[in-house]
Design a protein around this ligand. Structure first.
Ligand SMILES: Nc1ncnc2c1ncn2[C@@H]1O[C@H](COP(=O)(O)OP(=O)(O)OP(=O)(O)O)[C@@H](O)[C@H]1O
Length: 265
C-alpha cells in the first residue's frame, strides 16, 4: 500500500509556540483515520497541513507523493486531488448560490460562478453525490438558508465532486442534533466502507461520532501525538484519559464507540 500522507517530524510554530509539535504520522491508501483531541490540541492545524494549505515550519509533509515546499511540487495541481469539508470552506462559499451550484462549482475548482457551461455529466455527478448525502430535496435551496446539518452534508458532497484521493473532514458532526448526527454517521459509515471511496481523515471531539468503517485513530494533545494506530488497539480508556486529561472509560458497543467520565470520588 502506498502512502497517502507522510509527515516526518512536522512542527508548525506560531509566535514561538509549537501548535503541532514533531508529529510523525503516515496514512496508507484505503485507511480511514480519526483525529481525536481536546480543544486547541492542533487537530485543525494538522488537517491544514494535510490539505497543503499550511506548510510545516519544520519537518517534511508528503501528500499523495508530493512533498510540500520542494521544487517539483505544484500545490495547485495537488489541491484538486484533496477534498476538504469544514467550516472554513463553508465561509468561502456564496450564500445565495443554490445547493446544486455549490456542489457543481467544485468540479471547476471555484467557490463561485454560474456563468460557466457545466457539462451534463458533472451535473449528474453533483446530483448523485447530493442524493448519497440525502440532499436531493434541497437542490434549488440557497446555501445560506440551510441548517447546520444540511450545510455539512452539502459540503461533503462538494468535497467528493473532484473525485479526491484523500478526503478531509473537519468536525462534520459538530452542531448537529442527535438525529442529524446519527444520520451523518450512517452516511459516513457507508462512505468509509466503500472500497472505492477515497482515503479519509476525520477530525472529531467525540468517539460517538466515529462511523463504522473507520480504521485508525491519531490522538493529539498540546500538538503532540499521544497515540496512533488501529482503533481497536489505540482507542483505549487509558489513551483517551491521557488525551483529554481526566479519567474516562471508553467502550465499544456493536460497531460504535462511547465514552464517559468516571464518577467523582
Ligand atoms: N495563526 C495562529 N497563531 C497563533 N496561534 C494559533 C494560530 N492558529 C491557531 N493557533 C492556536 O493553535 C492551537 C491549535 O489550534 P487548532 O485550531 O489546530 O486546534 P484544534 O485541536 O483544532 O482545536 P478545536 O478542537 O478547538 O477546534 C490553539 O491554541 C490555537 O489558538
Amino acid at each position: 500500500m502506498s502512502d497517502v500522507l507522510e509527515l516526518q517530524d512536522v512542527s508548525v510554530v506560531r509566535e514561538g509556540r509549537a501548535l503541532v509539535d514533531q508529529v510523525s504520522w503516515s496514512v496508507k491508501e484505503g485507511e480511514r483515520w480519526i483525529i481525536l483531541g481536546p480543544n486547541g490540541a492542533g487537530k485543525t492545524t494538522l488537517l491544514n497541513v494535510a490539505s497543503s494549505y499550511l506548510y510545516p515550519s519544520k519537518g517534511t509533509a508528503t501528500i499523495l507523493g508530493e512533498t510540500l515546499g520542494t521544487p517539483g511540487t505544484d500545490v495547485f495541481e495537488l489541491r484538486p486531488r484533496i477534498g476538504m469539508a469544514g467550516i472554513a470552506m463553508a465561509d468561502k462559499l456564496p450564500k445565495r448560490q443554490t445547493v446544486l451550484q455549490t456542489v457543481l462549482t467544485a468540479a471547476y475548482g471555484m467557490t463561485a460562478g454560474w456563468q460557466e457551461e457545466y457539462e451534463d455529466v458533472d451535473e449528474q455527478r453533483a446530483r448523485a453525490f447530493l442524493d448519497r448525502l440525502g440532499m436531493s430535496a434541497y437542490l434549488d435551496r440557497r446555501f445560506g438558508t440551510l441548517s447546520e446539518g444540511e450545510r455539512k452534508r452539502t459540503l461533503i458532497a462538494r468535497a467528493l465532486m473532484t473525485d479526491p484521493e484523500l478526503l478531509l473532514l473537519d468536525e462534520p458532526a459538530a452542531g448537529l442534533d442527535l438525529g442529524g448526527r446519527e444520520d451523518l454517521v450512517r452516511r459516513l459509515g457507508r462512505l468509509a466502507r466503500d472500497p472505492i471511496a477515497p482515503s479519509m481523515i476525520m477530525v472529531t471531539h467525540h468517539v460517538e461520532e466515529i462511523a463504522p468503517g473507520f480504521t485508525h485513530v491519531l490522538m493529539i494533545r498540546q500538538g503532540k501525538v499521544l497515540a496512533a494506530g488501529p482503533l481497536e488497539l489505540e482507542l483505549t480508556s487509558r489513551n483517551l484519559s491521557l488525551c483529554f486529561g481526566l479519567p474516562l472509560v471508553v467502550e465499544r458497543v456493536g460497531d460504535r464507540w462511547t465514552a464517559q467520565g468516571l464518577p467523582m470520588s
